[in-house]
Design a protein around this ligand. Structure first.
Ligand code: FMN
Length: 203
């Protein structure tokens, strides 16, 4: 008891301040984490985003379309909605973005656009103050005029797209178009990591 009385109030305040500073520093360090949010129907974008998340120590959130897009009717409906720029029901609807400075949006390309699930996720989430990179997987070259339209979706949700990358699922071999396979797509994605880290200004 006697010893406790000997601790001066000023010292206690000093310890409290030190504790607050350490908590703030820990919180600040956590802020630099990157979020990768992606939608994938047949697994190409998933494979690419999973590999990037592991390499970049980023958090990964899969956007799921609550309509079954694997069925024939589901994909026809999906294409229809994509062409018309319509949204769909997704989970999760809202992602807590507060701890992220940088966001990578991963999506396949359907009819030169992002599918309804990713369109919806971009619409429902705000990207104010975030560095955003778009990473699409597609069969053939995704022309700049379409990239710009896709970027506008992010801009409408308050974000700025710092860079746009595309990874191709198909390649020409002679007269034929053949699937490159997920391993090659993942290898392409991993080659982008130094550039992604620079664009997103990660430590
Ligand atoms: C309905 C549908 C429409 C597509 N439209 C295009 C397209 O317009 N341009 C393109 O390059 N690839 C197109 N693709 C190919 C996909 O973008 C490509 O295979 C992608 O890697 C699939 O990603 P996922 O496996 O993550 O779903 C289309 C695929 C589907 C299923």
């Amino acid at each position: 008891m006697k010893q406790l009385n000997m601790i001066k109030p000023g010292v206690i305040v000093l310890y409290l301040l030190l504790g607050c500073c350490l908590t703030a520093i820990a919180g600040f360090a956590g802020d630099s984490k990157t979020l990768i949010m992606y939608y994938s129907r047949t697994g190409n974008t998933r494979a690419v985003c999973e590999a990037l998340a592991e390499k970049m120590d980023a958090d990964l959130v899969e956007i799921r379309d609550l309509k079954n897009r694997m069925s024939r009717i589901g994909i026809v409906g999906g294409m229809f909605r994509t062409i018309l720029g319509m949204r769909t029901d997704i989970l999760p609807e809202k992602i807590d973005m507060t701890q992220y400075d940088a966001v990578i949006i991963g999506a396949p390309i359907w009819a030169a656009k992002v599918p309804p699930a990713m369109r919806t996720a971009i619409y429902l989430n705000g990207f104010e103050g975030k560095k955003v990179v778009m990473l699409v997987t597609c069969d053939t070259f995704y022309a700049e005029k379409y990239q710009k339209k896709t970027q506008k979706l992010v801009e409408k949700s308050g974000g700025t797209v710092s860079a746009f990358y595309q990874i191709h699922a198909m390649e020409e071999q002679g007269e034929e178009e053949i699937a490159r396979g997920k391993d090659m797509m993942v290898a392409d994605a991993l080659k982008l990591v130094p550039e992604l880290e620079r664009v997103l200004s990660l430590p």
